[in-house]
Design a protein around this ligand. Structure first.
Ligand code: AMP
Ligand code: MG
Length: 400
C-alpha cells in the first residue's frame, strides 16, 4: 500500500487552509462560546475603588481606640460622604467604598455594637479586609486575550471590567450534506436495501456545539447529476461537510463531482482507523470535507478534522483536538499502519481516569459507539497497549 498521509500531516494541511473569518462586534450578552479576535482591555480599574471585603466598620488602623463613634454608613452603591477621624468609624457593607480616611475594615463579628459606638479589638492591621482599587485588574490591562474562547467566567470578567462588546470572528457557516441512494429519514418506512440517515443529525449537532451556524441539506442519491446540483448549491457556505461516497466503490462519486465543480483536492485518505477514506479540499476559500459514510467513521473524521478547522476559523489559539491522559482498562492491539481511535467509556476510579473500550468497535456500529464518551488514541505500531497503559484520549460530545 502506498504510504498514506499521517494524521498529523493531514491536520496540518487543514489548519493551513483555515484562516480566521472576519471579525464583528458582539455584545457580551450574545458572546457565549465565541472567540475573542483581539485583546479586550479593562475600561476601568477593578475594583474601581478601594472596597470592603466584609460587612463591618471602616477605621483608621493607626492608633485605633477601643471605642469608636459611628459617624455614618457606607453601603454598596451609596458611599459615606463625610470625614473620619481617629475617634470615629463608618458602618460598611461588603463591596462598599472604604472612606478615604480609613484603611481597614473590622468585621462585624469582631466588634460589640452599642447605640452609636462600637468596641473595637486592639490590633487592627492597616489594609485588613480592604480590597485595593485595581487589585484584580488595572484599566488598560488585557482582560480577555485574542484567541480565548468566551466562557461564563470570561464573560463575567469582561462585564466587570466594563467591556460591553468584543470583536469576535464571524461564526462559520457550515453546510451538511449526506450522500447515498439508500438513505431515508427516520420516521418514514424502509424499502428493501434502505437505511435511516444518521450522519446529518450527528454532524449538525456536533458542529452547532462547536460554534457553527449549520444548514442541513436534504440527502442526495449516488447520481452524478443529482450530486452536481446538490453540491453546487451546498458550496455556498464557509465549510461544506459531506458524508458518504468518498471510498473506492463504483458509486462513490463525491470527489469526482467536486473536482468538476472546481474543488481543489488537498488530500484523500489518511492513516487512521476508522475514517481512512476522508477527503479534504477547497474552492475559493470554502473548505470541503468528505467524511466516509459509516457513522463511526464520520464521527471520528468530524472530531479530528472538521472541529479543528472550525476552531481555527473562529480564531481559537489552540485549534488541534485536546487530548487528555487516562489509563486503559483492557489491552488493545496496535495497527501497524494506522492510528486507531477506539470508542471507550471514561470512568473515575479513586481519582484515576480509566478508559473502558465499548464492545462493538466496527465502524457501522453507531449504537455501540453512542455509549462512549471517549476516543482513545492507539498510535500506529507493533504489539499492543497493555491494560494499565497511559493513553491519550479525546472527550466526545464537547463544544469548541
Ligand atoms: P459509503 O462511505 O458511502 O461507502 O458508506 C459506507 C456505509 O455507511 C454504508 O453502509 C452506508 O450505507 C452507510 N452510510 C452512508 N451514509 C450514511 C448516513 N448518512 N447515515 C447512516 N449510514 C450511512
Ligand atoms: Mg455510499
Amino acid at each position: 500500500m502506498a504510504s498514506l498521509l499521517t494524521l498529523e500531516e493531514a491536520q496540518e494541511r487543514v489548519l493551513a487552509r483555515a484562516q480566521p473569518l472576519p471579525a464583528e462586534l458582539v455584545p457580551i450578552a450574545q458572546a457565549n462560546g465565541r472567540v475573542a479576535a483581539e485583546d479586550a482591555r479593562a475600561v476601568v480599574d477593578l475594583p474601581p475603588f478601594a472596597s470592603s471585603a466584609m460587612d463591618g466598620f471602616a477605621v483608621r488602623a493607626a492608633g485605633v481606640s477601643a471605642a469608636l463613634r459611628i459617624a455614618g454608613e457606607s453601603a454598596a452603591g451609596r458611599p459615606f460622604e463625610g470625614r473620619l477621624d481617629a475617634g470615629s468609624c463608618v458602618a460598611i457593607s461588603t463591596g462598599a467604598v472604604v472612606p478615604e480616611d480609613a484603611d481597614a475594615v473590622v468585621p462585624v463579628e469582631d466588634v460589640v455594637v452599642h447605640d452609636n459606638t462600637v468596641e473595637i479589638p486592639a490590633d487592627v492591621r492597616s489594609g485588613s479586609n480592604v480590597r485595593p482599587r485595581g487589585g484584580d485588574v488595572a484599566a488598560g490591562e488585557v482582560v480577555v486575550p485574542a484567541g480565548a474562547s468566551l466562557n461564563p467566567a470570561r464573560l463575567a470578567a469582561a462585564a466587570a471590567a466594563g467591556i460591553g462588546a468584543l470583536r469576535c470572528a464571524r461564526r462559520p457557516m457550515v453546510t451538511v450534506l449526506a450522500t447515498g441512494s439508500e438513505l431515508v429519514l427516520p420516521g418514514e418506512s424502509l424499502r428493501p436495501g434502505e437505511i435511516y440517515e444518521a450522519n446529518g443529525f450527528m454532524l449538525a449537532a456536533a458542529l452547532t456545539t462547536a460554534g457553527a451556524d449549520v444548514r442541513v441539506e436534504p440527502s442526495v442519491a449516488d447520481d452524478e447529476g443529482a450530486l452536481r446540483e446538490s453540491l453546487e448549491r451546498a458550496l455556498a457556505t464557509d465549510v461544506l461537510v459531506t458524508s458518504g461516497g468518498v471510498s473506492v466503490g463504483e458509486h462513490d462519486l463525491v470527489r469526482a463531482v467536486e473536482r468538476e465543480l472546481g474543488v481543489e483536492e488537498v488530500f484523500w485518505r489518511v492513516a487512521i482507523k476508522p475514517g481512512k477514506p476522508v477527503s479534504f479540499g477547497a474552492r475559493e476559500g470554502v473548505l470541503v470535507f468528505g467524511l466516509p459514510g459509516n457513522p463511526v467513521s464520520a464521527l471520528v473524521g468530524c472530531e479530528l478534522f472538521v472541529k479543528p478547522a472550525l476552531r481555527a476559523l473562529q480564531g481559537l489559539a489552540d485549534a488541534l483536538p485536546r487530548f487528555e491522559r487516562g489509563e486503559l482498562m483492557t489491552p488493545l492491539r496496535r495497527n501497524g499502519d494506522r492510528d486507531e481511535f477506539v470508542r471507550a467509556r471514561a470512568h473515575l476510579a479513586d481519582d484515576a481516569l480509566m478508559l473502558e473500550p465499548v464492545i462493538g468497535q466496527e465502524s457501522h456500529m453507531i449504537v455501540r459507539s453512542s455509549a462512549a464518551d471517549a476516543l482513545v488514541h492507539v498510535p500506529r505500531g507493533n504489539g499492543e497497549l497493555h491494560a494499565g497503559s497511559s493513553v491519550r484520549w479525546l472527550r466526545l460530545g464537547v463544544g469548541c
